[in-house]
Ligand binder design. Structure first.
Ligand SMILES: C[S@@+](CC[C@H](N)C(=O)[O-])C[C@H]1O[C@@H](n2cnc3c(N)ncnc32)[C@H](O)[C@@H]1O
Length: 208
C-alpha cells in the first residue's frame, strides 16, 4: 500500500482535515481530544456500538480513519483471532498507533480517494464522516458507498446525526438518521441501526 502523502496530491479537504487533527494533537497531546472526541467515554461509547453486531472471528478488518487505533481493545474483547489494518491520513496518529498496538498493521492512507489493493471481510469507521463542509450530505453518502465497496461481508460506521432535529456545530454536521438509513438500505436490505446510545450519534451496520 502506498503513502497517500507521497504518491498522490491530497485534495484540499483532506489536507485541511489532517491539519485540523494535527493541530488538535499538538494542543492536547496523545489524548482522545486529539481525535476531537470530547472524552475517552465518548470514544469508547462509539467503539462499543461499532463492534457489537460483528462476528470478527478469523476475519480481515479494515479500520478506515483509525486514528490511534483505539478500537483494537474492543475488537480484541470479542476475539483475539482477526487480522487488522488501520489506515489514516494523519501521519502522527499512525506513528502513535504503531507504538500503542505493536503487532497490528497501520498505514498512512486515504481510502476515500485512493484505491486499496484488496477487499476486507469487515470495514469499520468511527467518527470519520462528521465534518461540516459544503455538500457534506452527498459527500458522506459517497464515502459510505466507497467503504461498503471494500467490504466482502459488512461495513459498520458511526456518524453524528439526529432523529429529532438538532443543529450542528461549526465543525460537526448532524445527519438526518432516517435519510442515511434509507440511503444505506438502497445499497443492501440487511441493515442494523443503533441510535439508542446518544441523541447526536448513530451507528449503522450493513451486511451483504
Ligand atoms: C474523530 S477521529 C476518529 C479516529 C478513530 N476512528 C477513533 O474513533 O478513535 C477521525 C479520524 O479520521 C481521520 N481521517 C479524516 N479523513 C480521512 C480520510 N479521508 N482518510 C483517512 N483518514 C481520515 C483523521 O485523521 C482522524 O484520525
Amino acid at each position: 500500500m502506498s503513502d497517500t502523502t507521497s504518491e498522490h496530491p491530497v485534495n484540499n479537504k483532506s489536507a485541511s482535515r489532517r491539519e485540523s487533527y494535527q493541530n488538535a494533537l499538538a494542543g492536547h497531546g496523545e489524548s482522545p481530544k486529539a481525535l476531537q472526541w470530547s472524552s475517552y467515554d465518548a470514544a469508547a461509547m462509539r467503539y462499543r456500538q461499532l463492534v457489537a453486531d460483528l462476528n470478527i472471528e478469523n476475519k480481515s478488518i479494515l479500520d478506515a480513519g483509525c486514528g490511534m487505533g483505539d478500537v483494537l481493545p474492543f475488537l480484541y474483547g470479542k476475539s483475539p483471532n482477526f487480522k487488522y489494518l488501520g489506515v489514516d491520513i494523519t501521519p502522527d496518529f499512525i506513528e502513535i498507533a504503531k507504538k500503542r498496538y505493536a503487532g497490528y498493521e497501520f498505514e498512512i492512507f486515504n481510502p476515500f480517494e485512493d484505491e486499496l489493493a484488496q477487499k476486507y471481510d469487515i470495514v469499520i469507521s468511527s467518527g470519520v464522516m462528521n465534518f461540516n463542509t459544503p455538500g457534506w450530505e452527498d459527500e458522506r453518502k459517497k464515502m459510505i458507498e466507497r467503504l461498503y465497496g471494500y467490504a466482502n461481508e459488512a461495513l459498520a460506521f458511526t456518524m453524528s446525526g439526529w432523529m429529532q432535529e438538532s443543529s450542528g456545530g461549526k465543525k460537526i454536521a448532524y445527519a438526518n438518521i432516517p435519510d442515511m438509513l434509507k440511503f444505506c438500505s438502497s445499497l443492501t436490505p440487511k441493515v442494523i441501526l443503533r441510535n439508542h446510545y446518544s441523541a447526536k450519534d448513530f451507528t449503522i451496520v450493513m451486511f451483504r
